[in-house]
Design a protein around this ligand. Structure first.
Ligand code: SAM
Length: 313
């Protein structure tokens, strides 16, 4: 798949048409000098976190996965092939391609996932949602979990990796995301306990199968906030992964309708939310066909209401 962004052609996460290069391959460039010039270019171009981005890209070019890996190569000069690659990665970043897509892989809790545009990049705060679920798993031998919107598979694959008495069914509307979740599951050897189904959950969705627990990091951004997204998000990520409608509740309410069908009484739903949802959502619960109570609200590391736990009555 190829697509254009900011005048660049990106095919399989590789930048194909390059803008003006910072380094010419005949130059003698030390690691230290490469870092300084890259950072300088990013600062002048208002690229966020210019220092971290420069170190990350340089490490990447040197074959290091750790963002500080460039420190292992400080005594040498960059080879011509490395300069070509650094130019390519710098052009990507100048076009606001997220560093995660440039790297092509990203760590989430105990697993390393492939990430590629436009599939939603796992965010650090979502690691906490996995903790909340793990802390509250039903006390039974074989637990069946339903996830809505696995994206790259970060939540379901972390759950499967960290507990071996779980099976997960994951419903994903995007074909590219469903394929990426399956690919990550195979790479991690977790595919035998995961069933990924390509389908869009909406108000008409009917699911016969029963589950013990439902989890989702759904699209929850309020429509008015979609205008303020950073270019890294608005240009490269699938906006259907973020847009939750006028109040950010469109998919959340559909998920709760499905959860009502598939959960037993006392079954629980764990959701990542926008901070305003902890007060907005309770007013909508009475309109659902099955009754839920908002049992707990959890704050993220920025002290914002970010996760909720609901119980089916
Ligand atoms: C915010 S992303 C979360 C992805 C991943 N679980 C994570 O935590 O990073 C939401 C995901 O839900 C999927 N999605 C959005 N609406 C959906 C729907 N109605 N039914 C199923 N999947 C949906 C999107 O394609 C996207 O992969």
């Amino acid at each position: 798949m190829g697509f254009y962004r900011q005048g660049l052609l990106i095919v399989n996460n590789k930048l194909r048409s390059c803008s003006r290069s910072i380094f010419t391959i005949s130059q003698t460039v030390s690691i230290c000098n490469a870092l300084e010039r890259t950072r300088d270019k990013f600062e002048k171009s208002n690229i966020p976190e210019s220092d971290v981005s420069s170190k990350f890209l340089l490490s990447q070019v040197l074959g290091e996965t750790n963002p500080k890996g460039y420190l292992n190569h400080q005594d040498r000069l960059l080879q011509s092939g490395e300069l070509v690659e650094l130019n390519r990665l710098i052009s990507c970043r100048l076009a606001r391609v997220p560093v995660q897509y440039i790297a092509g892989t990203w760590d989430f809790r105990q697993i390393c996932l492939k990430v590629r545009p436009p599939v939603f990049i796992p965010r650090t705060e979502t690691e906490q949602l996995v903790d909340i679920v793990l802390d509250n798993l039903p006390k039974k031998e074989n637990i069946r979990i339903l996830e809505i919107g696995p994206g790259s598979g970060n939540i379901c694959l972390s759950l499967l990796k960290e507990r071996n008495n779980l099976t997960v069914t994951a419903l994903e509307r995007s074909r590219l995301a469903a394929e990426l979740t399956r690919e990550n599951a195979v790479n991690l050897g977790l595919d035998s306990r995961l069933n990924v189904v390509e389908m869009r959950v909406d108000d008409e969705t009917v699911i016969e199968e029963k589950f013990d627990l439902v989890v989702s990091n759904p699209p929850y951004v309020l429509r008015k906030d979609m205008r303020n997204l950073e270019p890294e998000i608005s240009l490269y990520e699938d906006l259907r992964a973020l847009d939750g409608g006028a109040e950010g509740l469109d998919v959340i309410l559909s998920i709760l309708k499905v959860a009502g069908q598939v959960l037993p009484m006392g079954g629980e739903v764990y959701l990542e939310i926008d901070p305003c949802h902890s007060s907005l959502l309770p007013d909508h619960l009475d309109s659902l066909p099955h009754k839920f109570i908002l049992k707990q609200v959890y704050k993220d590391f920025l002290d914002k209401d970010r996760f909720i736990r609901l119980t089916k009555l």
